[in-house]
Design a protein around this ligand. Structure first.
Ligand SMILES: [Zn+2]
Length: 174
């Protein structure tokens, strides 16, 4: 393949990726009033060679950027969850923490309650719970009334579980 053809192919892939991200973030922000998002240290993660490709491919920065401005447009809200919150290591059912969990462990198995669940799904459930907890802690002031009202308008309650979506650093965005 000539360098010109290669450049064209790269450009086409970049456009397709951007298009996919836009469709995804538009879909999420049109449906969900609250988006829980882990506030990842993606620059630090990119410094780690083993994670670099995964982080780059997932385009976390771009997904976050789009979600931020699109939730604003649609009247939703992004609740960031602090990066040191142990979303992957904590059992989303009982709260037990697996201190020995490694990146190679793709299934979370709880030694306390027996829950066996996909690692990313477990983390997403924890981020959802933490996002809802943080939202509940936010005092209702003039600037946040609109967001809460918009959430209520869509779902009846901002805290309704079906009206939230949470993202985790893993193979899936949803
Ligand atoms: Zn458990």
């Amino acid at each position: 393949m000539t360098s010109k053809k290669l450049a064209k192919a790269h450009y086409r892939i970049a456009c397709q990726r951007q298009d996919t991200l836009h469709k995804l973030t538009t879909h999420v922000t049109r449906i969900y009033a609250l988006v829980g998002l882990e506030d990842l240290n993606t620059k630090g993660m990119q410094a780690l060679h083993s994670l670099a490709q995964a982080v780059s491919d997932a385009s976390f920065f771009e997904v976050r950027r789009q979600l931020m401005y699109k939730t604003e447009q649609y009247g939703g809200y992004v609740q960031l969850v602090e990066r040191w919150y142990p979303s992957s290591k904590t059992c989303s059912s009982c709260g037990w923490v697996d201190e020995d969990l490694t990146l190679a462990d793709r299934v979370f198995v709880c030694e306390a309650c027996g829950l066996s669940i996909d690692r990313d799904f477990n983390a997403a459930r924890n981020i959802q719970a933490e996002a809802l907890r943080l939202v509940a802690d936010v005092p209702v002031v003039a600037s946040s009334e609109r967001k809460i009202a918009c959430g209520a308008e869509r779902s009846g309650s901002l805290c309704a579980e079906s009206e939230t979506v949470c993202c985790e650093a893993g193979t899936k965005v949803l």
